[in-house]
Design a protein around this ligand. Sequence first.
Ligand code: TRP
Ligand code: SF4
Length: 329
Amino acid sequence: MVKKRKRILSGMRPTGKTHLGHLHGILENWRDLQDEYECFYFAADWHALTSEYKNTAVIKESLTEMIIDWLSVGLDPQRSTLFVQSWVKEHAELHLLLSMITPLSWLERNPTYKEQQEELADKDIGTYGFLGYPVLQAADILIYKGDYVPVGKDQLPHLEITREIARRFNYLYQETFPPPEALLTDVPNLGGTDGRKMSKSYDNAIFISDPADMLALKIEQMVTDPQRGYRKDPGDPDVCGLFPYHRIYSDSDVVAEIDTECRRAGIGCKDCKQMLLKKLEAYLAPIQEKRQHYLTHLAEVDEIIHEGTRRAQEVARQTMVEVREAIGM
Ligand code: TRP
Ligand code: SF4
């Protein structure tokens, strides 16, 4: 008998352009997982709405572009199911049903709830919908009975709530949902141009769609070792915001050379940045070429999303039949 491949499920919120943090922290990982798993990847537009409900235009603008970015990076619609959360209404029904059995205390003590409230202080997210964010996420995952969920560390509390909800459902009604496991992704430590965490709200992100002149400008502005005021001052790659990028884009012998030369002022930041820029451009070129293709063939993208949604819906509908039966409604 052919062993069934384990199922992966993950989502991303369409709240802006894709940056290098998304690319190396999430998307390349999603791409590689396709070789081993049956993958479901979706645009979590309802999750985006929890924080962007006053500015819904950004969701619409980012949605198609985000999926174009996925395709350009190598997510393969033949092998993976790519879809939009809000097009599969069953997520909403399961969210509602799971909300009946989810104790408020689980949501109130969720650490990301408090963190996000502070981080997004400019947005009013003291809403019912935002509190229920992890319940909706649980519905997303459980409706496909995902075995693994690739996520960054910040999402672990959400996954734990998903597991608790699954266990509670199974206990109250019938064994229905296998509690999914997190697949922790190794996120490279790529800071933004100002040295802080890369984020669109800090205006320090490098986007995969940035044209060559924009890339040049951003790399030029990038914060390096602050102790290195002059060319003759030795530097320390360990505290330089640029060096982690070399680790990704440059060959290992070059990385080692920069590491040594920087420490004895054998190389200047200007040259170091030029070297990086060349590598980054070369890395992004094929991705940007594919983006251009999809941007000018939107009907093709549309068809991919529709087909993915059809496939997702088939699974979601089947699960909901089981769920209603288990609950007895
Ligand atoms: N909360 C996730 C994030 O911000 C997005 C998300 C929504 C998700 N539903 C999901 C991730 C289900 C994994 C599985 O990154
Ligand atoms: Fe950073 Fe390179 Fe300058 Fe060293 S030479 S501080 S690694 S940019």
